[in-house]
Ligand binder design. Structure first.
Ligand code: HEC
Length: 167
């Protein structure tokens, strides 16, 4: 008899703890989007911010990603670089070796050219780091890309080659 009461008392106590605990969770402050919560985003939700960004129409806050210094953006960093050094020979009308580097869809549309998250498997990265000058891109007699630009491309690929943009 006594044991039974003890059990029900502890059960009620337990229930109380659970209820109290769950009440505490109804907390304030939904994360404010305009906040440089983007820096927390840099861990990995940059990916998700990026993709909401590409849908764009999710509203002014969703559409504009604040530039994160640790992220390489296709539209801001990579495309201008390709336009400067590659697109003269790799565009929709002159696409040497079937390679068109003038847009994100053209780049990703060609198998093996850029393998998201894996620069080893990306023909584009291979081409710019090729040690044989005859095979290296941009084609001779142009000089190789700078180490900084090569690193940019590598980082973009390792961040899974998104079509991302920031302001
Ligand atoms: C002056 C013209 C020219 C420029 C500029 C140029 N390419 Fe090329 N590219 C070629 C030609 C020609 C070929 C095919 C013959 C070869 O492989 O050398 C080629 C082939 C390629 C290939 C496929 C074959 C391979 O080597 O893997 C890739 C990838 C490539 N280029 C990337 C680039 C990138 C990236 C840039 C800019 C950094 C660039 N190219 C700049 C002329 C150019």
């Amino acid at each position: 008899m006594k044991q039974k009461t003890l059990l029900s008392v502890s059960l009620i106590f337990l229930l109380f703890i659970i209820v109290a605990g769950s009440c505490k969770k109804t907390d304030p402050e939904p994360v404010v989007l305009t906040n440089p919560a983007q820096s927390t985003g840099s861990t990995g939700s940059t990916g998700s911010t990026g993709s909401t960004g590409s849908t764009g129409s999710t509203g002014p806050t969703g559409g504009t990603t604040v530039c994160d210094p640790d992220t390489v953006y296709f539209q801001n960093d990579i495309l201008p670089l390709l336009q400067m050094y590659c697109v003269a020979c790799h565009n929709p009308s002159l696409h040497e070796d079937g390679v068109d580097l003038s847009s994100y869809s053209a780049i990703m549309g060609k198998d093996g050219l850029v393998e998201p998250c894996d620069y080893h498997e990306s023909e584009l990265y291979e081409a710019i780091t090729e040690s044989d000058v005859d095979d290296r891109m941009p084609a001779a007699p142009s000089p190789a890309l700078s180490a900084a630009n090569i690193l940019k491309i590598k980082t973009w690929i390792m961040q899974c080659a998104q079509n991302n943009q920031c302001n």
